[in-house]
Design a protein around this ligand. Structure first.
Ligand SMILES: Nc1ncnc2c1ncn2[C@@H]1O[C@H](COP(=O)(O)OP(=O)(O)OP(=O)(O)O)[C@@H](O)[C@H]1O
Length: 317
């Protein structure tokens, strides 16, 4: 999100949306209103100020995607915008004869790469690089892309193959809550910050239907288990177990209700990511059955009290 451009605040105190647009129109001297400039390469003159101001005007007009040549700039709305990610919109981009002529969107990128695979006699692997600072919206964007492919790359003809495809899509989407439970944490910048990098590979068959996915993770911030920065939290999974374990599991995992553990700072913060049931359900869909889950959680659950000097919540002596 843009905070400041050449000393002008982005809020209403410094500029109302209208005067910002007028200013920018004057600065650009163009005919197209800045919020309608879909491609930053068309901003004239291209300077840091004009580009940032153009993005700011678009942000204020709730237009969160802008092209910059062949790159897509995605701004984080920091609010739910459900109509921007509806299945209907996915289908619209998928069905468009020239998706690049529609408004810039992550679905254009999705559709373009999908068509690149589809149109070639010898299909070539396609890569989408999602980059940005912490909290920029990379995880969100990757999730949107996966949902998009789950919708467009699944139109098999028979009922049976439809069911198979649906199961694969569901498994692919279910990998997100599991990876986020074990690899994400609440930081100062992002309440659901990925503390690892990932390379997600979606696999298509000859008919361009999704047949599977593989995820490689790297650079997990393991030190967070034992040491968290002030006002930050440990990985979500610990809080999920701590808050969501049943009475009998608590006894087994030595997690007395209400105990405070020094390696579980800020358990009082309630995040939607704290939901243990969602992780358990997603693991089941991924084929991790209840006894295996139990073994995993047992190790995770026990790790916390043991490292804190016992299940009594006292700091280590
Ligand atoms: N397109 C969007 N629409 C609505 N909210 C969004 C969108 N993109 C991001 N957000 C919000 O911003 C938060 C941070 O986004 P996200 O977790 O994707 O950032 P990130 O770049 O992956 O950060 P990190 O590198 O710390 O993992 C999300 O939890 C969500 O609340």
């Amino acid at each position: 999100m843009l905070q400041q451009v050449n000393g002008h605040g982005s809020g209403s105190a410094a500029h109302s949306g209208e005067s910002l647009r007028e200013d920018l129109q004057e600065l650009l001297g163009g005919e197209v209103p800045p919020q309608q400039l879909n491609d930053l390469t068309k901003v004239n003159p291209v300077t840091l100020e004009t580009v940032l101001r153009c993005l700011q005007a678009r942000y204020m007009a709730d237009t969160f995607y802008t092209n910059a040549g062949c790159t897509l700039v995605a701004m984080n709305p920091f609010k739910p915008v459900p109509q921007l990610y509806s299945p209907e919109l996915m289908r619209e981009y998928h069905a468009a004869s020239q998706p690049q002529t529609l408004k810039p969107h992550i679905f254009t990128v999705g559709e373009q790469t999908y068509r690149n695979v589809k149109s070639l006699i010898e299909p070539v692997n396609q890569s989408v690089v999602v980059s940005g600072e912490s909290g920029a919206g990379k995880t969100w964007t990757s999730r949107c892309l996966m949902k998009f492919y789950a919708v467009v790359a699944a139109s098999p003809t028979s009922w049976e193959s439809h069911k198979v495809a649906e199961r694969i899509e569901q498994r692919i989407l279910n990998s997100n809550p599991v990876m986020e439970a074990f690899g994400n944490a609440c930081t100062l910048r992002n309440s659901n910050s990925s503390r690892f990098g990932k390379f997600i590979q979606l696999q298509l068959n000859g008919a361009q239907q999704m047949t599977g996915a593989a995820v490689q993770t790297y650079l997990l911030e393991k030190t967070r288990v034992a040491c968290q920065a002030p006002s930050e939290r440990n990985f979500h999974i610990f809080y999920q177990i701590y808050k969501g374990a049943h009475a009998e599991e608590r006894v087994r995992w030595r997690l007395p209700e209400g105990a405070a553990f020094s390696w579980l700072p800020h358990p009082e913060r309630t995040l939607e990511e704290d939901c243990f049931e969602v992780t358990r359900e997603a693991m089941l869909h991924l084929g991790i059955d209840a006894p295996t889950q139990n073994n995993i959680f047992q190790v995770r659950g026990k790790a916390t009290p043991l490292t804190c000097g016992g299940g009594d919540g006292q700091p280590p002596s």
